[in-house]
Write a protein that binds this ligand. Structure first.
Ligand code: AMP
Length: 301
């Protein structure tokens, strides 16, 4: 099992010890430390982040913290699954060195913070439109976690996030650039179940029937991907109509956006943009299926 620490002081102490040990093995190369922030209830999507971090770094720290600040709905926070024992087993398997599982009091010792970050206009569209304040609360805790885990020893610093939450990833990249936070942000591709459903800690709240209905989300994205591969025009309106008429699905949005700024793009804007190595565009969608709000997206190269 990875070591578990619950205070920032212990996190720093253990990290420094792990980095010192790693530094003796790296033959003059600066050791690399990676942070993988999570809210627990870990699944194979989180494991993919930890494995990517393990590949890139000498020391891998995973935080497990359900951040009250990013939940608008107290009932949603209350029912968020907590599975610490299983999480630690998964982290062991995926190769994490250290788990940081602080209490709310450790992260917010003075109660709710007076000073917070704002995601600005990127935080009010799409997910931000239906969850006001969500991205501000998320940025506040991610910046706190990045600061808490920032190495003091000479080391390079990376943090890993899933492309599943594409808007979150875009906003975090922007925060790190806008505020000069010395950490490299790495995105990891969406991990799906065999049937195509994007893995999420909230999928456990779907009934068998709702889960079947939810498959239409990824199928619609895969159809768009097939259109693109075949050189056919991207018909977003047809994709929206397909989901709006699908049983059990309440579509919130389906839109093509720039992966860095999250501003909407027209399909014609995609041509000629892919040389940079970044995806040229991302089709993002959110929908309610039964009691669960589900996100999915498709990166278009
Ligand atoms: P969460 O615990 O839901 O806050 O997620 C923690 C991290 O895992 C975030 O960076 C998510 O984007 C990432 N993540 C969650 N689900 C998946 C998935 N199916 N594939 C890849 N990354 C994921």
């Amino acid at each position: 099992m990875p070591d578990v620490v619950t205070t920032i002081a212990d996190l720093r102490e253990r990290e420094e010890a792990l980095l010192a040990a790693a530094g003796r093995q790296t033959q003059g190369r600066r050791p690399v430390i990676a942070l993988v922030p999570t809210m627990g209830a870990l699944h194979a999507g989180h494991a993919a982040l930890v494995r990517a971090a393990r590949q890139a770094a000498d020391v891998v720290v995973v935080s497990i913290f359900v951040n009250p600040l990013q939940f608008g709905d107290p009932a949603d926070l209350e029912r968020y699954p907590k599975t610490l024992e299983a999480d630690l087993a998964l982290l062991e398997e995926a190769g994490a060195d250290l788990a940081f599982a602080p209490s709310v009091a450790e992260m917010y010792p003075g109660g709710e913070p007076l000073v917070r970050l704002s995601a600005g206009p990127m935080g009010t569209s799409f997910e931000g439109a239906s969850r006001p304040g969500h991205f501000d609360g998320m940025l506040t805790v991610v910046s706190k976690l990045l600061n808490a885990a920032m190495p003091r020893a000479t080391a390079d610093y990376l943090a890993f996030f899933g492309q599943k939450d594409a808007q979150q990833l875009a906003i975090i990249r922007r925060m790190v650039a806008d505020l000069n936070i010395p950490v490299g942000i790495r995105g990891v591709a969406i991990v799906r179940d065999d049937d195509g459903l994007a893995l999420s800690s909230r999928n456990r709240f779907l009934s068998a029937e709702e889960r079947e209905q939810a498959l239409e989300l990824s199928r619609t994205l895969f159809a768009l991907e097939a259109d693109r591969a075949a050189g056919r025009p991207l018909d977003l309106e047809a994709a929206r109509q397909r989901l709006e008429s699908a049983p059990g699905i309440e579509l919130d949005y389906l839109e093509l956006v720039d992966p860095l700024t999250f501003t909407p793009l027209a399909p014609a804007d995609l041509a000629g943009q892919s040389a940079s190595g970044e995806a040229a565009g991302v089709v993002v969608l959110a929908a309610k299926v039964g009691p669960v709000r589900l996100l999915d997206n498709l990166h278009l190269e």
